[in-house]
Design a protein around this ligand. Structure first.
Ligand code: ADP
Ligand code: MG
Length: 239
């Protein structure tokens, strides 16, 4: 069953077509990676899915409901949550308070304290709860932000380049974290560049290039595709 159906979606910014007639289906329960060169339209497609932009054409279904005309807030209430590419933790506030802000709408009172602790432990940030978020390492700030997206207990978690700026160890740990949410039933759609990380987590992969779907399949199928190698991995062939 598809949790997300993107159907014929196009997004134009003036004369530039950032996303062009894209069909994408994300199955309930999978970890799906979206890859492609810079400027391919990956972040734009994410923003279209969560409703930060209206599409120029096409429709988006979530859990079989057409949400194309819905505001982001309504989609979040249906169970979507996004960690955007640009970091957005509150650096001047303690780690704990960042989590509290994210939890505010969903839980209250004693339940909030328990949930806060559960998230801090899951993220490996319990010992840093009182530090200012801005004092965390870059990788820890990324985890905090993932935690803020998770605080909503979404059905669908969208992560745009979650491992940017992380060390290989932090990247691996992030992969294990994503696999743990997925094992509990969360569907995860991830934009990522690091192929080792994609191999660690992805069940299916979609390649976007110049706003269009270029290839889809398992990571091995994608890596064995010569055309993908040309556009994405930068391999050159003699012509
Ligand atoms: P990716 O995430 O794959 O690197 P983006 O979705 O960020 O690509 O961008 C795709 C194209 O759309 C780029 O050419 C980018 O400059 C353009 N673009 C993205 N957002 C906007 C915007 N808000 N206004 C105008 N152009 C945009
Ligand atoms: Mg991007």
């Amino acid at each position: 069953m598809s949790l997300v159906e993107v159907k014929g979606v196009t997004k134009r910014f003036g004369g530039l077509t950032a996303v062009s007639d894209v069909d994408l289906s994300v199955k309930a329960g999978e970890v799906h990676c979206l890859i492609g060169p810079n400027g391919a339209g990956k972040s734009t497609l994410f923003k279209l899915i969560v409703g930060l932009f209206p599409p120029t054409a096409g429709s988006i279904l979530f859990d079989s409901v057409d949400v194309t005309a819905e505001r982001p807030f309504a989609r979040v209430q249906r169970g979507m949550s996004i960690k955007m590419q640009a970091p957005s933790v509150f650096k001047e506030l303690p780690v704990q308070q960042n989590i509290q802000i994210a939890l505010q709408d969903r839980v209250s009172g004693a339940e909030r304290a328990l949930e806060e602790q559960r998230l801090l432990e899951l993220l490996g940030l319990a010992a840093d709860a009182e530090k200012m978020a801005g004092a965390l390492s870059h990788g820890q700030q990324q985890w905090l932000e993932i935690g803020m997206a998770l605080a909503l207990r979404p059905q669908l978690l969208l992560l745009d380049e979650p491992t940017a700026g992380m060390s290989p160890e932090e990247t691996y740990k992030t992969g294990e974290l994503i696999k743990s949410f997925n094992a509990e039933g969360m569907t995860v759609l991830v934009v990522e560049h690091d192929m080792a990380f994609v191999r660690q987590i992805a069940q299916r992969v979609t390649v976007l290039h110049l706003g269009k779907i270029f290839a889809r399949g398992s990571l091995d199928e994608i890596l064995n595709d010569e055309q993908v190698a040309e556009i994405y991995l930068g391999k050159t062939h003699a012509h």
